[in-house]
Ligand binder design. Structure first.
Ligand code: NAD
Length: 314
């Protein structure tokens, strides 16, 4: 079998176009959805993520505001900033870029964001509503995975899905989002016994682990759909091993090296090995990644509608 490579860039663009036209419609009613992104400290990856989110807002006609705070910001200072954004009428969505510096109490911060403006879907109220099957703002990455599966016409109702990873950001919300689609879901993690066998039961396998190329053909039922959420930067001594294990990364490596970048971005799935047995697979990069920003934009529009009691499709 030769797997179909799912084009996340195309699906992400499609969703962004839909958001753009919704933003135009709202503008006719005098509404411009607005997003505030709060970045604490100088984490280079976080800076790139926030910049990309602000750019997406600009491209789609949303109002955006980037708030940069010094690395030594205290929990109390950050709570004050969030409180003012919660009361700011120009702002419909508030996102606090994670990870936060160690001195900051992350749970207190996530709890402080108004649930109506919680476009990352991380407030306990939204997490609880999702678990209860009620309307909620839901985390962008796992929501993007469901969008991919739906738009690729993959049957979810009654299908068996295995998720590897149980984080609050991806694995756990993924479980509830797929239950909402009537799938039969198994959630696996670092203590799961006989992981390859459990995964091989699945019609759809979602990997959200943070371990480069861990999932090989041995984990995949022939003909299954494989969604790779992982983004792992592999550099230094580990490069040689990963390129040998997954030769599909060699082209990316050569390209990066030509631009003086001595690393590859690897998924949690060994693409070379799994593409030979799966029926469809998302690549890294260009798979789930582009959906995360598209869903953030969609959540911001959704939040703007909800705060004004306007109906919106979900
Ligand atoms: P996390 O570290 O919070 O959670 C990882 C999970 O994997 C844990 O539940 C753990 O039990 C499980 N795990 C770890 N080692 C395992 C093993 N050997 N066998 C089975 N399970 C194991 O990570 P996260 O925040 O959920 O992110 C997971 C991956 O997804 C990372 O690579 C991250 O970079 C990526 N990610 C991508 C996006 C995106 O936009 N595409 C967004 C968020 C996260």
């Amino acid at each position: 079998m030769k797997a179909k490579i799912i084009d996340g860039v195309r699906i992400g663009r499609e969703i962004q176009e839909e958001v753009r036209s919704e933003v135009e419609t709202l503008k006719l009613q005098g509404i411009q959805p607005g997003l505030a992104a709060v970045l604490v400290g100088n984490n280079p990856a976080s800076q790139v993520y926030v910049r990309n989110k602000i750019r997406a807002c600009q491209a789609l006609g949303l109002y955006s505001r980037e708030i940069r705070l010094p690395a030594e910001t205290t929990t109390e200072q950050l709570l004050t900033v969030i409180d003012s954004l919660n009361h700011d009428r120009a702002i419909d969505g508030v996102l606090v870029q994670l990870p936060l510096p160690r001195q900051i109490d992350e749970s207190a911060i996530l709890l402080a964001v108004s649930p109506q403006k919680d476009v990352d879907g991380l407030h306990p109220m939204n997490a609880g509503n999702l678990a209860l099957g009620r309307s909620a703002l839901t985390p962008c990455t796992p929501t993007g995975v469901v969008a991919i599966l739906r738009r690729e016409g993959i049957t979810l109702e009654g299908s068996r899905v295995a998720i590897v990873g149980r984080s609050n950001l991806v694995g756990k919300p993924q479980l509830f989002l797929l239950l909402r689609e009537h799938a039969t879901v198994t959630i696996c993690h670092s203590r799961t016994r006989q992981l390859p066998q459990v995964c091989r039961e699945a019609d759809i396998l979602v990997a959200a682990i943070g371990r480069p190329a861990l999932i090989t053909a041995e984990f995949v039922k022939p003909g299954a759909v494989v969604i790779d959420v992982g983004i792992n930067k592999v550099a230094g001594a580990a490069l040689k091993d990963i390129l040998a294990a997954d030769p599909s990364l060699v082209a990316q490596y050569e390209k990066n090296r030509a631009g003086n970048k001595e690393y590859v971005l690897a998924g949690d799935v060994n693409f070379s090995s799994v593409a030979a047995v799966a029926s469809a697979i998302t690549p890294v990069p260009g798979g789930v990644g582009p959906l995360t920003i598209a869903m953030l934009m969609k959540n911001t529009v959704q939040a703007a509608r909800m705060q004004r009691n306007l109906q919106g499709e979900r």
